[in-house]
Design a protein around this ligand. Structure first.
Ligand code: PEP
Ligand code: MN
Length: 337
């Protein structure tokens, strides 16, 4: 249920609706909008009687929300969300570009990436300190030492830090260093983790699970929003299909569907979406063309020596070329970087 207030509703009238929702044992969610105030209701297990609200002063309408992902749906909020990460925005007219190594490996490796990312025009530095690896014998990340290096790189370059958090118990620690908490594909349905980042009051980058449907991705986002954290960015990073020539199949149609069904910004990860360096620039162009609000790209000063995802990591000059090309695509569709 969504309670839409009249444009001239007073603060007291809005508060009375909030109190009424609480009184019924449900949770109110104020949905910001430039034209009107709306209040979403969650926590109800059956339909809510519209009359309970429509008779209250200041209420324009009580609308049932048909989608199961309520708070993140465009039914509840027709305007697009712009996530503001300490001054760097995701969503809106300008594209957000996140670049950096798959794993933080050393100060020199990370700083080389950060400087190249900054020089080419990215606003965010990505880099994993906690790595979800298929084999327990593979490099697992530098953990807190990696987070410290990310913070150091932010200090020098001003880039905002995006890094993965893998377990509910480390959310506090990662949030001390990160500007954006990344939920990896393998954890998209780790519900305790989603709840913990929902409580964390930090923007979240939620990557689509390896075999997750679009609806499952939106329901995962809803877990985060239901805890009161609405600063969520969705990421299409390729799904597992019968195809074996590429690491994953980048589902660009999903970007279109997600932007239709949800007000949240959507970015594309062409690196994991293809798995091989030569496909990254073309898919980055395609992602921008299809309407993504940004990109997350893996880069490395020496991809052949990378401790993870070397084959899909762009060299630093290649990243510069990627930026040049996506600027052209962006300007042709009325967006910029
Ligand atoms: C990553 O970003 O390095 C990563 C592990 O991505 P994903 O969770 O999409 O596989
Ligand atoms: Mn990776």
């Amino acid at each position: 249920m969504l309670i839409v207030m009249r444009q001239d509703a007073t603060a007291e009238q809005i508060q009375a609706v909030v109190e009424k929702i609480k009184e019924l044992g449900f949770k109110p969610h104020a949905i910001p909008g430039s034209e009107r105030t709306a209040i979403g209701i969650t926590g109800n297990h059956g339909p809510v009687e519209p009359d309970l609200f429509e008779l209250l002063p200041g209420v324009a309408q009580a609308i049932p929300v048909s989608q199961p992902f309520k708070l993140v749906s465009s039914e509840v909020k027709p305007e697009r969300t712009v996530v503001n990460v300490n001054g760097a925005t995701i969503g809106g007219e300008s594209l957000a570009v996140m670049a950096g190594p798959c794993s933080v490996e050393s100060e020199s490796q990370l700083m080389a990436c950060a400087r190249a990312a900054k020089a080419a025009g990215a606003q965010f530095l990505r880099g994993g300190a906690f790595k979800p690896r298929t084999s327990p014998y593979d490099f697992q990340g530098l953990k807190e030492d990696g987070l410290k290096l990310l913070a150091l790189a932010r200090e020098e370059t001003g880039l905002k830090v995006v890094t993965e958090v893998m377990s509910p118990g480390t959310v506090d620690m990662v949030a001390r260093y990160a500007d954006v908490l990344q939920i990896g594909a393998r954890n998209m349905q780790n519900f305790p983790l989603l709840e913990e980042v929902g409580d964390a009051k930090r923007p979240v980058l939620l990557k689509r699970g390896l075999s997750a449907t679009i609806k499952e991705l939106l329901m995962a986002a809803e877990y985060i929003a239901s805890r009161g954290n609405y600063e969520i960015v969705l990421c299409e990073r390729g799904i597992r299909t019968f195809e074996t020539m590429t690491r994953n199949t980048l589902d660009l149609g999903a970007v279109i569907v997600l932007k239709q069904l949800s007000h949240l910004p959507v970015i594309v990860d062409p690196s994991h979406g293809f798995g091989l360096r030569y496909g990254v620039i073309p898919l980055a162009r395609a992602g921008v063309a299809v309407g993504a609000d940004g990109l997350i790209v893996e880069i490395h000063p020496e991809p052949e020596h990378a401790l993870s995802d070397g084959p899909q990591s762009l060299t630093l000059p290649m990243f510069q070329e990627l930026m040049r090309q996506i600027r052209l695509v962006a300007s042709s569709i009325g967006r910029r970087i």
